[in-house]
Design a protein around this ligand. Structure first.
Ligand code: BGC
Ligand code: ZN
Length: 366
């Protein structure tokens, strides 16, 4: 069975041959992988800057954004059947009996750091032909979503962020205005999917990113009724003049200078959510007194968010359906390339063209 693996000690990425998994045991399902998305995390792992091999092994099979088809189910699995389309979750809970989030099935909030993540940390991922998983970690997807269901996992990241923005805004003892203003920093997949989810919830949205205004990402932004602001033409002060009031910032660049540069423009009671993970850089100077003063005197909330729980996956699947109904053809423009596994080297380069590149492992069987 073919699989794409990273060997960190040898600094090697290669297609390898692995034994197929056994038949599914009680509560398990055997999955045939259909599509796997390539994201920045995969590129970091393939550059040997991130990722952990499973204990006792010398390699990690990568891939965490997956849509698969159920091949067979084990004893006791009644809510899934062969042929169903599913999206598996990325994170496995830690083993600590005292980790309340993991014990409650909310491993995206794991407290111990002992969690594992498919294709990222300590457990093999989906860039292979067949995988075994627990049926209760699988999210069924309607057949009509087949071409874009691979966007479920990255969209789940945005959904979790938006859930938290909603929870934080609920602290305000009055109804929010009908149209809150949100800036999305960065027009990568997480940024654009966040913009889609924000638009579906009625936000006015501005996407701020480096691409020129005639880039497909800018066009896509405009087609969902959001505005695109090119960071090469407008500095952050100019962005603020366009947006005011700035109620919500959804950060998806991982560039601290941009994120903290926009923070002073956040309006009173505003929420700033960080989703981008910056690479390790030398320390930089920040006017911490001004930042702290602004946050305190304006009742602002800053929060970081990673991974996604069950509900966020469900919301992601619903929002993919809603997005396709509202803007037909839009999701297809996000999935800019479908490739063979053999193209991996090109797709894992930082300068790979396109928005979301997908590796096609198999066709769905009817
Ligand atoms: C994945 C998340 C994961 C995070 C950190 C992201 O690319 O989508 O599921 O938690 O990386 O490893
Ligand atoms: Zn990812």
């Amino acid at each position: 069975m073919r699989a794409l693996a990273v060997f960190p000690d040898e600094k090697r990425v290669a297609i390898i041959d692995r034994p197929a998994p056994p038949a599914p045991g009680p509560g398990e399902a055997l999955l045939r992988v259909l599509d796997v998305g390539v994201c920045g995390t995969d590129k970091e792992i393939a550059s040997f800057d991130y990722g952990t091999v499973p204990s006792g092994e010398d390699h990690l099979v990568i891939g965490h954004e997956c849509v698969a088809q159920v091949e067979a189910v084990g004893p006791g699995v009644t809510d899934l059947a062969a042929g169903d389309l599913v999206v598996p979750m990325v994170r496995f809970p830690c083993d600590d009996p005292d980790c309340r989030p993991c014990r409650a099935g909310e491993q995206d909030y794991c407290r111990t750091g002992g969690f594992r993540e498919r294709g990222i940390r300590g457990v093999h991922g989906f860039m292979t032909e067949l995988v075994l998983d627990r049926a209760d970690r699988l999210h069924p997807v309607p057949a009509a979503l087949r071409p874009w269901a691979v966007l479920t996992e990255p969209l789940s990241i945005a959904e979790k962020a938006l859930q938290q923005i909603g929870d934080v805004q609920d602290r305000l003892p009055w109804d929010p205005p009908s149209e809150l203003h949100a800036v999305v920093l960065g027009a990568g997949p997480i940024g654009l999917l966040g913009a889609i989810a924000l638009r579906l919830r009625g936000y006015r949205v501005w996407v701020y990113s480096l691409e020129p205004v005639d880039d497909p990402r800018a066009q896509l932004t405009r087609d969902i009724g959001a505005q695109y602001v090119c960071a090469r033409e407008h500095d952050l002060a100019a962005l603020d003049r366009l947006v005011r009031p700035l109620d919500v910032v959804y950060e998806a660049t991982g560039v601290p200078a941009v994120a903290f540069g926009l923070l002073p423009y956040l309006d009173p009671n505003g929420v700033f959510v960080f989703t981008g993970v910056p690479g390790m850089k030398p320390p930089s100077e920040l006017d911490l007194a001004t930042i702290m003063r602004t946050i305190v005197l304006n009742n602002q909330a800053l929060l970081g968010t990673v991974n996604a729980g069950r509900e966020a996956y469900t919301l992601a699947i619903q929002d993919l359906e809603a997005a396709e109904a509202r803007w037909p053809g839009l999701l297809d423009r996000l999935v800019t390339g479908r490739h063979d596994l053999a193209d991996h080297a090109r797709l894992l380069r930082w300068d790979a063209p396109g928005i979301k590149n997908v590796i096609r492992m198999a066709e769905a069987r009817s």
